[in-house]
Unconditional design. Sequence first.
Lengths: 217, 217
Amino acid sequence: MVTLSEENYLKAIYHLGKEGTIAVSTNAIAEKIESKASSVTDMIKKLAEKNLANYVKYQGVSLTNEGRLAAASVIRKHRLWEVFLVDKLNFSWDEVHDIAEQLEHIKSLKLINELDAFLQYPTHDPHGDPIPDKQGNCSPIKSINILEIEEGKEGVLSFVKDSSDVFLKYLNKNNLALGDTIKVLDFEPFDNSLSIETKTKKLIISKEVAQNLYLSL
Amino acid sequence: MVTLSEENYLKAIYHLGKEGTIAVSTNAIAEKIESKASSVTDMIKKLAEKNLANYVKYQGVSLTNEGRLAAASVIRKHRLWEVFLVDKLNFSWDEVHDIAEQLEHIKSLKLINELDAFLQYPTHDPHGDPIPDKQGNCSPIKSINILEIEEGKEGVLSFVKDSSDVFLKYLNKNNLALGDTIKVLDFEPFDNSLSIETKTKKLIISKEVAQNLYLSL
DNA sequence: AAATATTTTTAGACAAGACTAAAAATATTA
DNA sequence: TAATATTTTTAGTCTTGTCTAAAAATATTT
């Protein structure tokens, strides 16, 4: 049995591992999970014990196939519940994270598969993140960061990296939503800000915001 | 903050208290929750500390108004989730208990109120138990035990007391479902068994079964 | 390469919630 | 009512998951 706490560590390692790194560092996990390095060491030993992680002292951790599947399963549940909350219960996308964080730990295979069917097998959650399938496979998102797009070109906002409350509220305030077509007008090298155009208006976004917007072309 | 464990104790005390008793005994709680008396004593102290229970050493516990509301809120969540599972996700009523037992602890007022609306404000769960409202009030069930019904009279099966897996499976096997009209034919004083008639057939039920069937007239 | 800084691990402590065994209080029976 | 039985509480232990502080290993700088 994988405990709630173990699931949270698996998730963290999974997400950090995605960035192409070979092994994830103890400190990175501690920061992500808002705990201390010593707690992380304890837990990764336990995960290794259970064959969910590969761990070599001082060399960081990676997930085993079993661990990766377990992590993907938690993420699958998290994202399906997010779809449920937004599509069926009138939540907006910036309200769902904390609740999904609780719901993702509910244990029942039948539950999640029935929920998947009830929601008509969605492939992405309300933030544009892909939903892993039963086998733990993610349809890789084919979206690129807005800073890498040439001036003059446009794309469809399909994913936002940061899904914190403050950021989602910023997007709402500025009338930016998934699915919007955005044209890149001008890059300002002084502060790395970007001037963009949506259907309704022109807008200048800071480097911090731009780093979190991903478009599909 | 009320912890998961505390919520389970509140629920147990609430259910046991319903039986008209003034104060609930330590042992009764231990049995219900499948723990030991000493663990119960510890927890009761904590609940009293938090003003959720009235506790006098060696005299048993009762809930304060605050405790009663907290318990009713957990039960409300449990029963609404059961309705969701049966009505929306194709679960049968004998499969939902364990999952609802997990879902009842999810914390979000908005979630449960939206769920209530989504399910169109149901008043009873799939077992016929009434669902407490936001204020913790239960529409009292107006059903009586089948053993108290006169021979020759009939009623509608509206509630089953035991909602264990084995019992619900028994009902399924014998084609008994909530909403069925049942006629009481004959009471056998030797073993307290009861001969009954449904739309489809006649059936003899044991005392143990009869004690759990409630009909509304 | 030696010195310094950073990261990671170990050792020991703590809180929550459960347990066992023994003591104390209450109930029951003779 | 005294003796016995049952229930409840206390005292002390255990596990899980966390923490701090110190030690050990690895990285970085000079």
